[in-house]
Design a binder for this molecule. Structure first.
Ligand SMILES: [Zn+2]
Length: 210
């Protein structure tokens, strides 16, 4: 198995407040993550970032502190950083600008518009698209994809969530990734084969071979 480790942005405030079910303080929890992240089979530090959808304003300071600690950890270890950004685009970018992003930075389940995609592309970030990009009403997300060079595109399931069209509502699973890849090929104007080969190469470069 390969993997990634991090304190999720919705857990970080609970550690900071001492209410997390694990009983671990923030410092104890982060120390454990930092230790695990050194493992050879841990290929990415994430998902970390900011989530203003599930966590209210009272949790923001703790989320930002945790995000910054994970950025520093990814840099120290030379591993990719994988960002969870939910309804927090502005502050995620602010933190990255302030601290400096790791060389390899991935926005998982990218949910920004074309303007944010351009900003991320300019900085060399990778944008990972989930089944949401196939939804009929996701015009903004497809516009974001259309301004992203294929070489900076990744694909993911976020299973069991974000199931691609036409199976929206059913549990998501890796066998449905081809539906998302088809949309990626269509929007970026390449054949499905080219899209798959390019995304596969990018994934191997970022995360290493299986
Ligand atoms: Zn996430």
């Amino acid at each position: 198995m390969l993997g990634g480790v991090a304190l999720h942005p919705n857990d970080a405030p609970q550690h900071a407040e001492g209410t997390h079910e694990s009983g671990l303080s923030y410092d104890e929890a982060f120390a454990e993550i930092a230790e695990l992240a050194r493992g050879e089979r841990i290929r990415v530090v994430g998902e970390t970032g900011l989530d203003y959808f599930r966590t209210g304003p009272e949790g923001r300071d703790a989320q930002i502190r945790s995000f910054r600690d994970h950025i520093a950890l990814a840099k120290e270890l030379g591993k990719p950083l994988q960002i969870h950004d939910r309804d927090a685009h502005g502050d995620v970018i602010d933190v990255l600008e302030r601290d400096g992003a790791p060389d390899q930075t991935v926005f998982h389940c990218f949910s920004g518009d074309a303007g944010m995609a351009r900003l991320c592309v300019d900085r060399g970030y990778f944008l990972s698209f989930a089944g949401t990009v196939t939804f009929k009403n996701s015009h903004g997300l497809r516009a974001a994809l259309s301004v992203t060079p294929l070489s900076q595109v990744l694909v993911e399931t976020d299973a069991p969530f974000l199931t691609p069209h036409p199976h929206r509502g059913a549990p998501n699973s890796p066998y449905l990734v081809p539906l998302t890849m088809r949309t990626i090929a269509d929007v970026t104007g390449v054949t499905l084969e080219t899209a798959c080969e390019t995304v596969s190469d990018t994934s191997n470069t970022l995360y290493g071979p299986w």
